[in-house]
Design a protein around this ligand. Structure first.
Ligand code: MG
Length: 257
């Protein structure tokens, strides 16, 4: 069957039975790197939280609100990455989950509203260089502003992945897998925490939403089945039970615990 796999579905390369899609910021990491930059280097927490609420309740689209947040950060890009390396920490359960997934042929695909160079730098720093080589990253990018270099004051801007109101519509990457014929289709998981995950929330077989975060509210309002997690240790246990056939994805979707 390997030869029939379309090139657009890179996670099928090893014929996995399960694929784990995940948000990066605030999900694999404890803090959101874009929020951190906005709060500490840009226009601050109050305006950022107002923007998040406006998106969550449909008053604005994610793209415009997010662009405004990052435009308020004028710090050179290399300095931003250094500051993030010093301040962003890894979910305590992620590394062992990553190793288990690799041993069990479960690809991890990062779908992020953040910027690829930040994610690569943080994954290498927090998990190890092998994580950068192993984990597929689909996210937004960064580019210099006209006449500037990214590593000077006011020199960089975010470049969105697609034209959607999400900036990066995460459903675009998941849907081709979801639409595979039943006999070829792996079980699809997704983990996320916030407004950047709204586009992905309805697409997979089991959604893990971080306890106490905006994605839980959204799933309840929109009646999307989900289960909550506190750290990747919770996800690890549930996914392991599903892979072992002890639990079904339907049984696992218990909502707010
Ligand atoms: Mg997030």
């Amino acid at each position: 069957m390997g030869s029939t796999v379309p090139i657009a579905l890179p996670a099928l390369k090893t014929n996995p039975k399960f694929i784990f899609f995940t948000d990066f910021d605030g999900t694999i990491t404890n803090q959101d790197s874009n929020d951190y930059m906005t709060d500490n280097l840009g226009f601050g927490t109050a305006l950022r939280k107002q923007g998040n609420q406006d998106v969550l309740y449909g008053r604005r689209n994610f793209r415009d609100s997010f662009q405004e947040m990052l435009d308020s950060v004028k710090t050179p890009f290399n300095e931003c990455v250094d500051i993030l390396r010093k301040n962003i920490t890894l979910d305590p359960g992620f590394k062992s989950f990553f190793e288990w997934a690799r041993e069990n042929n479960m690809p991890i695909v990062v779908l992020s509203g953040g910027m690829t160079p930040v994610i690569r730098a943080l994954l290498a720093h927090l998990v190890g260089e092998e994580a950068v080589d192993t984990i597929q990253i689909v996210s937004n990018d960064v580019a210099p502003r006209e006449g500037k270099s990214i590593n000077e004051e006011g020199g960089w801007k975010i470049v969105f992945h697609d034209d959607s109101g999400f900036g990066h519509d995460k459903s675009l990457e998941i849907r081709p897998y979801a639409r595979l014929p039943a006999e070829e289709r792996p079980v699809l998981f997704y983990a996320g925490d916030g407004v950047s995950d709204l586009s992905a929330a309805k697409e997979t077989d089991l959604l893990f939403a971080k306890a106490g975060r905006d994605l839980v509210t959204y799933c309840e309002n929109e009646k999307v089945p989900f289960t909550t997690f506190h750290s990747f240790a919770d996800i690890h246990k549930t996914v392991q039970d599903i892979v072992a056939g002890k639990l079904t994805v339907q049984e696992a979707a218990t909502g707010r615990k």
